[in-house]
Design a protein around this ligand. Sequence first.
Ligand code: ADP
Length: 271
Amino acid sequence: MDDKDLLDRLRVSGDPDLSSHDPSETFGWERDEAEAMFADELAELIELQEKLFAAKSASLLVVLQAMDAAGKDSTIRAVMSGLNPAGVDVQPFGVPTEEESGHDYLWRVHAHAPEDGYITVFNRSHYEDVLVVRVKSFAPEKVWKRRYEHIRNFEQMLVDEGTHVVKIFLNVSKDKQKERFEERLERPDKRWKFRAGDLDDRALWDEYMDAYTEAMQKTSTDDAPWYVVPADRKWARNVCIARILRHHLERIDPKYPEPDAEIDFDDITVT
Ligand code: ADP
């Protein structure tokens, strides 16, 4: 499947229907093949990031959202490995602190938007303010409903000012989440990842899917698109994410800065 077909399948446009996105989709790839493809994709990403960092004229914001155990952390580890750490920032957003709650919900997020040359990954994001806040009724409907428009405008402003915005929903199945939770409960080295609240969120699965669907429908734009990435198989997920990032970095098309025209490079000897 070529890049365009894959991205067209993953990108959200119009009314998303999550039931038409299979979380265990492999796009016809075998595991070995996908791992080799991923290695090639990473090599391309490394070069593009190098140019982005050198050019310092644009930035990339990657918003990662998902249910628990969908693999946000392992995605970040896999896809960001190899990139120059000096140009990458990973920013998690948890339950707002007292100071954060005292401000508007975009305040804490805006402060971490990337500067020119950087790739920033939001591990959760301002979308929590139309997801968990809606599902758990932390704010009344009239408050979270109007946030879709704020978010569209906020992201458009970032885009207009030189930040490319990509939003990824890691689509894990309820069965796979169960399997991964059980592994976390069984394995002492994984127990730290398990929070009591994880099961409360799992019980609200359908409500979360409705909230994700509406959030993506209301905020997926040409300039700041959402992608639904199948997350049950990590090797297929990694290829999808790397391709999405490559596509957006290629759209930025960063170039190394021109060398100093005053210097005659062929005539210099370093002694
Ligand atoms: P993660 O699950 O992403 O690995 P944590 O275990 O720290 O990280 O969980 C973060 C928690 O913070 C999630 O349960 C999430 O719903 C919650 N959270 C994030 N943003 C908000 C918000 N704006 N309001 C309320 N809860 C939030």
